[in-house]
Write a protein that binds this ligand. Structure first.
Ligand code: NDP
Ligand code: HSE
Length: 445
């Protein structure tokens, strides 16, 4: 029997303790499969006195994760602290320089420093594995790296943030408030330490930036991803979308076109009969269009202790088996420069909700602004005051206004993002609407 594979684990929160529990629960299985045991020899977290539920009796405690990363008692450093700078980055760098394999779930760090860290791993001949960083328990990194290695991927998309999907599902199915749904997601361990990363769309964009690099063979370019979160989605939008046969999802979409890579994370409307509409709660899904494999859709839990620990453990198993591959599939030397494309040229249908003052000429002015930008309308629905999309509010004047307002829902034919933005700026400036127009892309997926 070979010597055990020894681990130093930094971060003993949701994911770190999930991993400790998984390694304990599956110790015999791993030993049989790998011909050696997997043993945690050192750990680090912020508070030594915190009650963590056991499993840490025989391990050495390190106050400083960098000291743990450098300590020769472990062969693999597992970073589960989080944060794009600070101790997580310092400890990963220290481990790679000490020629240790690294496993991390930290997409925020990788989106910013992934290529530099991958280069460091390559220079030192060690692995930098991050299966858990994208879509929790779904094995999407391995799918791109191994199963689809011989495909040209043209598009990758998906529901990449469990917290947002959980919130939107709760708001839709249980009419829960945004704040209550977010609180529940935090209690369940789904949300980031700073939940504005989730609801602001940034966490999904971190993940999409990694998928873009893996799928299209380019360096990571987080700053060229167009990011919108779900904070502005109201119960009015959810109700209006449902009446029109749509669900609202936060979706990341990246397409490799001849002109460049269009990458965006935004709320979208998807048809109720689409597979994406079926993805509820904390579940994620990732779709990939490969030129030979065709369209694949992988669905599974996107956050939480057990699914994420499962992904982290799969990276450890690869290392135990001696698999060391370039972190971004190809050597960092051959990754192409990023080719981010401005979203202004994006062509699609749009949902628009306008809270319009109920006055003569308002609708004529709105449709004129649309036609000025060549935006053609597929449908216009004006809600009767007090009905449908602004419950309890529509018959009354909006706060601070003297006139009542009604919700008007517009669906456009294909048009460009630039044209939509110009039309909506003009409509807002004309003063016929009581709040900022809501615009949501309609996605045919
Ligand atoms: P938690 O907030 O639950 O845990 C973070 C851990 O890091 C805690 O144990 C904390 O210590 C420790 N920590 C914080 N600062 C330091 C420090 N300076 N030195 C040493 N330890 C420190 O986070 P999660 O487990 O939820 O997330 C960990 C990582 O996994 C993040 O990168 C996250 O994005 C990623 N991830 C999370 C998923 C999830 O579902 N939660 C899913 C996929 C990825 P203490 O306990 O003492 O406070
Ligand atoms: N906060 C993240 C989410 C964790 O909700 O998806 C998984 O990456």
């Amino acid at each position: 029997m070979s010597d055990p594979l020894t681990l130093g684990v930094a971060g003993l929160g949701t994911v770190g303790m999930g991993l400790i529990q998984l390694l304990a629960a599956h110790a015999p299985r791993l030993q049989q499969m790998l011909g050696r045991s997997v043993k945690v020899t050192g750990v680090s977290a912020r508070s030594r006195d915190k009650e963590r539920g056991g499993g840490l009796d025989d391990v050495r405690w390190f106050d400083d994760p960098v000291a743990l990363a450098r300590d020769p008692s472990n062969q693999v450093f597992v970073e589960l602290i989080g944060g794009e700078e600070g101790p997580a980055k310092a400890a990963i760098e220290a481990a790679l320089r000490a020629k240790k394999h690294v496993v991390t779930a930290n997409k925020a760090l990788l989106a910013k420093h992934g290529i530099a860290l991958a280069r460091l791993a390559e220079e030192n001949g060690v692995a930098l594995n991050f299966e858990a960083a994208v879509a929790g328990g779904i094995p999407i990194i391995k799918t791109l790296r191994e199963a689809l290695a011989a495909n040209r991927v043209k598009r990758v998309y998906g529901i990449l943030n469990g917290t947002c999907n959980f919130i939107l599902t709760k708001m839709t199915d249980e009419h829960m408030s945004f704040a209550d749904a977010l609180r529940e997601a935090q209690e369940l361990g789904y949300a980031e330490a700073d939940p504005s990363f989730d609801v602001g769309g940034f966490d999904a964009a971190h993940k999409l930036s990694l998928l873009v690099s893996l799928a299209f063979g380019t360096v990571i370019d987080f700053d060229r991803i167009h990011v919108e979160g779900i904070e502005a989605i109201t119960t009015a939008d959810i109700a209006a979308a449902a009446e029109l046969g749509y669900s609202i999802k936060l979706l990341g979409v990246a397409s490799d076109t001849e002109d460049g890579v269009e990458a965006r994370v935004t709320p979208v409307l998807v048809a109720e009969e689409s597979a994406l509409a079926e993805v509820s709660g904390v579940t994620n899904c990732v779709g990939i269009d490969g030129d030979f494999a065709g369209n694949l859709l992988l669905v599974g839990p996107g956050a939480g202790a057990k699914p994420t620990a499962s992904a982290v453990a799969s990276d450890i198993v690869d290392i135990a088996r001696g698999l060391v591959m370039p972190p971004f599939i190809r050597s960092t030397n051959v990754l192409a420069p990023a080719r981010g494309l401005d979203l202004g040229t994006h062509l699609g249908n749009y949902y628009v909700r306008l809270y319009v003052y109920d006055r003569p000429g308002a609708m004529a002015a709105i449709t004129r602004r649309m036609s000025d930008e060549n935006v053609s309308l597929e449908s216009i629905v004006q809600k009767r005051p007090g009905r449908g999309v602004h419950p309890g509010q529509a018959a009354e004047p909006p706060p601070g206004a003297a006139e009542p307002a009604v919700n008007v829902i517009l669906i456009t034919h294909d048009t460009t993002e630039d044209a939509m933005r110009k039309a909506l700026w003009a409509i807002e400036a004309d003063g016929h609407v009581a709040e900022r127009p809501q615009m949501i892309r309609i996605e045919d997926l």
